[in-house]
Ligand binder design. Structure first.
Ligand code: ATP
Ligand code: MG
Length: 668
């Protein structure tokens, strides 16, 4: 095991009993996981299939898989599961769905769909007021804490909570009627199965011989139960984490799980890592100093042997546009000077919307960039349309999908027809699609509407049938041709270019599905592809181009676990970081951890920026520097205000050279 220090080696070799690696950022926790997987396969002769590694994001899972692939000889890693908790849950549900009375091809609802459903139910069944989004949040919180609707109702302490609990019950009933699950069910339902069905528990415990969990500090109660059950009495589990990087309290994450682990597994071994291999001493000092303002349960030390490194600059800018221009100018100058690649740079910010000025500035200079955690590819209307068709093909009970596609493109199935159909279906407790075959003229449908509805239903069933038996990709292509989606876009877009762009998104979706189909080693039906892509969609929400040399634009949350040679942390202002609501709600410590996560992504250089004023909610506000800047050691920060030096050489040094000239220089 080269390239591991003695502590890391100890962690890799420890396989008798559960292990917790508790250590600061960049100390090689993720590296322990990748090397341990290799060790389990090569030295302990576990088959790759029997190992499951859980990471927090799809991106992290992919990175880990590719690193492991490089360490192993070809073929050895086949069947290895590196996934997120949700993908693991989906995997379990797909195999056990019958016990939960879910039919194969069940649909997965994203947050938007589930909010629409909650909104519907709320209007139908409760006339009282209340925000749908707060009900959605409440239901999700209950699910993440493994609280059933009945328990929620018992515990309700006021009217609002009682309504939420009733809504929760109605929502779950409706989900089951649609043969659908939501995002939180991907963890909750498997945990329910493992708790209540010993034979299923032992099947999965035997199937997975070893479990590894990265970013353990961000697991919630339901996810923790999943870990606990899968690890079983053998305690065949390694978890790694850093309580200082816990940044998902709003999603129900419980850093206390670190303690819980010790109680549930008394034989737990704890290993600490202290050397940071990522960042310069200065970056580390700044990070350590910041996080020392938070209370600490676990004492950790962290040092680096990578040298002192450059001083950390703080650029104050006039406004958000100036901030973006300056960062891009700095970046171009730096690239020119050091001949670096675009992918070496990351621009990190607190909220998604902050990316826009940076996108504009980067685009203006033809610098490629990738956006993570931004507006979703899958939230676009055209992608949602095609996905709804595919969901309906995979799951004929998905009434949600049925309603979305019945008239997209228009096929003359009017609102009256749909209303009658829905009434008929509700009365008999069956799906819209099935009812479409039964509804007769006797139901007062006009002579024209009935054959149209019937034709549509027959067409769906026919395609669905082919999707189960034949080549799913051919079915998808036929579907898009059958509905003549391109013509529909032409009709409904303001101009030709928009229609083309939207069609290109549809083609990209098909390409994505095609790659997914070809990648698997087993033949997969349409339903499997739809389930997988729905999950990728929800988890990723990004249009990712792999291996492209591009500047990384990401939120601090999305940056967790990643590293970049040069990092810009932008918008270092009060009300942004720490975020205004966190100041109001007293969750400052979590914001500090978020800043800690950001700082510790940087390997060689770190630059903070802030604007003196900024447009927010339509008005211009004056900004103050983030309090976190004042918590950092002053000697390590170099504040740079705007003033432009006369001397061109100095201007060059400070990255204030005219952008057009710089572009010219880069081209040479
Ligand atoms: P984070 O808390 O941010 O998730 P981490 O603890 O998971 O960080 P890694 O990402 O595993 O840290 O490692 C940080 C960097 O240090 C990586 O580039 C990794 O390859 C490198 N590294 C880790 N251990 C060693 C080692 N023993 N020798 C050389 N490089 C190492
Ligand atoms: Mg890590």
């Amino acid at each position: 095991m080269p390239n591991l220090n003695p502590q890391q080696r100890l962690a890799v070799r420890h396989i008798d009993g559960p292990l917790l690696v508790l250590a600061g950022a960049g100390s090689g926790k993720t590296r322990v996981i990748t090397h341990k997987i290799v060790y389990l396969i090569e030295q302990c002769h576990l088959s790759a299939r029997s190992i499951v590694a859980v990471t927090f994001t799809n991106k992290a899972a992919r990175e880990m898989k590719s690193r492991i692939g490089q360490l192993l000889t070809k073929g050895e890693s086949r069947g290895l599961v590196v996934s997120t908790f949700h993908a693991l849950g989906l995997n379990i549900l797909r195999r056990e769905h019958e016990i939960l009375r879910l039919k194969a091809g069940f649909s997965l609802l994203d947050a938007q769909d589930s909010r629409a459903l909650i909104c519907d139910l709320h209007q139908q069944e409760f006339s009282s007021g209340g925000e749908e989004s707060s009900f959605q949040w409440q239901i999700s919180t209950w699910k993440n804490a493994l609280v059933t609707p009945e328990e929620a109702l018992c515990r309700a302490s006021n009217d609002q909570e009682a309504i939420a609990a009733q809504l929760y019950a109605a929502y779950d009933r409706r989900l089951r009627a649609y043969n659908a699950v939501d995002f939180d069910d991907l963890i909750g339902l498997p945990v329910h199965l493992l708790t209540t069905r010993p034979e299923i528990l032992s099947r999965w415990q035997n199937y997975f011989r070893y479990l590894l969990v990265d970013e353990y500090q961000d697991t919630n109660a339901a996810q923790y139960q999943l870990v606990k059950y899968l690890a079983g009495v053998r305690g065949a589990v390694t978890v790694v984490g850093d309580d200082d990087q816990s940044v998902y309290a709003w999603r129900g994450a419980q850093p206390e799980n670190l303690h819980q682990l010790k109680e549930d597994f008394p034989q737990l071994t704890v290993i600490k890592l202290e050397q940071n291999y990522r960042s310069t001493t200065r970056i580390l000092r700044v990070a350590n100093q910041l996080i020392s303002s938070n209370p600490h349960v676990f004492e950790k030390r962290l040092w680096s042997a990578l040298g002192e490194g450059d001083s950390i600059r703080v650029l104050t800018c006039r406004d958000e546009h100036h901030e973006a221009d300056r960062v891009v100018a700095e970046l171009m100058y730096h690239r020119f000077k050091y001949r670096t690649a675009c992918r070496d740079y990351a621009i990190l910010y607190r909220g998604n919307y902050q990316s826009r000025p940076f996108e504009r500035a980067l685009r203006a200079h033809g610098i490629p960039y990738v956006l993570s955690g931004g507006t979703s590819f899958f939230e676009r209307g055209e992608v949602k349309d095609i996905m709804a068709y595919l969901r309906l093909l995979a799951n004929e009970d998905d009434d949600n999908a049925f309603l979305r596609v019945a008239n997209t493109p228009r096929r003359g199935i009017g609102a009256v027809t749909l209303e009658k159909l829905a009434g008929y279906a509700a009365l008999r407790g069956q799906s819209l699609l099935v009812s479409g075959f039964e509804l007769g003229l006797g139901e007062h449908l006009s002579g024209e509407a009935l054959p149209r509805l019937r034709r549509f239903c027959e067409w769906v069933v026919d395609l669905a049938d082919r999707g189960r038996r034949g080549d799913p990709i051919a079915v998808i292509k036929d579907l898009i041709a059958d509905i003549d989606y391109r013509a529909w876009l032409d009709e409904n877009c303001n101009d030709r270019r928009t229609a083309e762009r939207r069609m290109a998104n549809v083609e990209e979706l098909v390409g994505w599905l095609e790659r997914l189909y070809q990648r698997g080693d087993e033949r997969r039906a349409l339903g499997d592809l739809v389930a997988e892509i729905s999950l990728q969609d929800i988890l990723e929400r990004t249009q990712e181009k792999k291996d492209r040399d591009a500047v990384n634009l990401l939120t601090l949350h999305a940056a967790k676990g990643l590293e970049f040679p040069y990092v810009f942390m932008v918008g270092m202002e009060e009300e942004l970081l720490p975020h205004r609501t966190s100041v109001e709600q007293g969750t400052l410590e979590e914001e500090r951890r978020l800043a800690y996560v950001g700082i510790t992504r940087a390997q060689r250089s770190l630059c903070f920026t802030m604007a003196e004023k900024r447009q927010q909610y339509g008005e211009t506000i004056l900004c103050e520097p983030s309090r976190f800047l004042s918590e950092l050691p002053a000697a390590d920060l170099q504040w740079e205000r705007e003033g432009i030096p006369r001397d061109p050489a100095e201007r060059m040094e400070r990255g204030q050279v005219h952008l057009a000239n710089l572009r010219e220089m880069l081209r040479q």
